[in-house]
Design a protein around this ligand. Structure first.
Ligand SMILES: [Zn+2]
Length: 118
């Protein structure tokens, strides 16, 4: 059945609905279900938590662990504030109270941010 798809969208390679590039070169962030999930459609919650011995950490939660490279984000935030940190179960933790800087950085990266200082 040659030409059955000629002139229809099925004739073309499958492209991303967002960036219109072929799916194998598309770099749009996607969640585990394969849905495009850009930063502007995600809300990060930034809060401070107390840990033992008077230590505090800044906790960033709510970011999709598949659509975002949380390890890269951790590295970036550690460099930003000059502190250590970790990623566990999709939650990023940075040692110390850096809510203001981290919230500003996340906003700069186009995430919606809930919380922050105060
Ligand atoms: Zn795309």
């Amino acid at each position: 059945m040659p030409g059955i798809f000629a002139g229809t969208p099925l004739e073309r390679p499958v492209t991303c609905a967002v960036c219109e590039r072929p799916l194998d070169v598309c770099r749009c962030p996607r969640d585990a279900a394969g849905n495009v999930l850009p930063p502007e459609r995600q809300t990060a919650t930034v809060r401070m938590e107390k840990r033992g011995k008077g230590k505090v950490v800044t906790v960033i939660s709510g970011l999709d662990p598949v659509a975002n490279d949380l390890a890269a984000l951790l590295k970036q935030l550690k460099g930003l504030v000059g502190a250590g940190g970790t990623v566990e179960a999709g939650v990023v933790e940075i040692q110390g109270d850096h809510r203001e800087k981290i919230a500003a950085k996340l906003r700069e990266m186009k995430f919606k941010v809930r919380g922050g200082p105060g």
